[in-house]
Design a protein around this ligand. Sequence first.
Ligand SMILES: Cc1ncc(COP(=O)(O)O)c(C=O)c1O
Length: 482
Amino acid sequence: MSDWIERDEPAGDALLLGADEASEVARWLGELAGRYPDSVSEGPVAPEVDRSWLQGLLREPIPEAGRPVRDLLEEFEGRVVPNACHVTHPRFLAYVLASPHGLSPFAEAAAALLNNSNSISALSPGGTAMELRVLEWLRGLYGFPAGGSGLLTSGGSLANFNALAAARDRALGEDARTAGLQGGQPPLVAYTSDQVHASVDEDFSLLGLGTDALRRLPSDARGRLRLDALERAIAEDRLAGRRPFCVIASAGTVTVGAIDPLAELADLCRREGLWLHVDGAYGALFVLTERHRDALRAAGLADSLTLDPHKLLFNSLEAGCVLFRREEDARRSFDFRASYIEEQSDPDLVDFTDLGPELSRSNRALKVWWGLRGFGVGAHRQTLERLLALAARMGERIEAEPDLELLAPVTLTAVCFRHRSVEPQALLDAVLRSGTAYLGPARVGEHQGLRACFTNLRTRPSDVDVVLDGLLEQAEQLCASG
Ligand SMILES: Cc1ncc(COP(=O)(O)O)c(C=O)c1O
């Protein structure tokens, strides 16, 4: 036997930190977390990347020997941070990407310390219990009845995938697992609006249904799915021998934040025997606010609902969520047992591997659980109300500005607009280059424009003015330079 195996030492000593070193890293992280948000808030949102550092990083050979931990920490602060896009910057307003609540980065580290897999309850009893509790709290916001389930996912895209897989399999019936789509049944079709998120198209492709099976119906002037168009399309498909199986509604469309008429859609789906999935990745959590509570609580009438705790519960990536009205719908698609996996034995818990496609799953629940318990739902509600007010303020200022045009009513926190005489991409680039703000592109009807989405808990009312003043100044310079 080799001499190294005879020595009674842990196998991985060479990969561990000593207690002092571990404390030093933890202290460094704590201090950085305290410094970072303020230190970047006055600089550019997305600093110019140091190309030579990036090229060096892209070409670095795998190192045979290690280096002092301190070097890595110094490199992180000295190189990685200055080359990052600062999502926590108060004027980062692109996409639907939140700055995390104060406990979230530490919850990530604490969960990683235990490295429990929230897949088989015996491997993560506490983690499973906190995920179950978080899911129950979320279900309660929409009034889902008992007997349902759900799980935390990597994000809204995967939550939509899980829901649509379950919808497909319910429609295919008993043969879903064995015959799949090859069982010779009439083709399945589903309905949504032309505002749906691209992940749904991707899901139709991945699920073997094909994107042609997704009918994208024209939305109304506020970007909402039209019931008359939906009823007509269902009737036409039935007449042609196809099998309508699902309606995908949006609770906050990705571009303008429109909320489809959820209660009416739930009624129609019940009448027609269709699965209703609500994609609320962007907007469903505005159910916490006074203004949107009633419209969004109707998402609890759906068969499945996507929402994203890494957006409007302000958790760091990744924490999406899918809720199912009936647990058996998730099990039909995802409960595959293997001889090398122990049977679930704890009557108080579930094995999340039976409710979704992943086996190894990190504990995504801790940061959501800490966020809600540490700050309370009241603080979340107050933050969401403030974000709605910021978006409304920006909308009002745009309407008062003769050179700007609002492209859609402001429903949630997405503000889509254009400059009447400057090409939107040129303006987006100029605003970003000037360091003022990071905005996103938006297409609304015939118009290409810009989009500011308020999901950032560090944004102040004065930032709205800084963004618009800076944008108008950049537009003037672009006009002057022809
Ligand atoms: C309506 C909608 N659905 C799905 C998604 C995808 O969510 P994720 O980025 O968490 O995968 C988004 C993202 O912004 C969204 O706005």
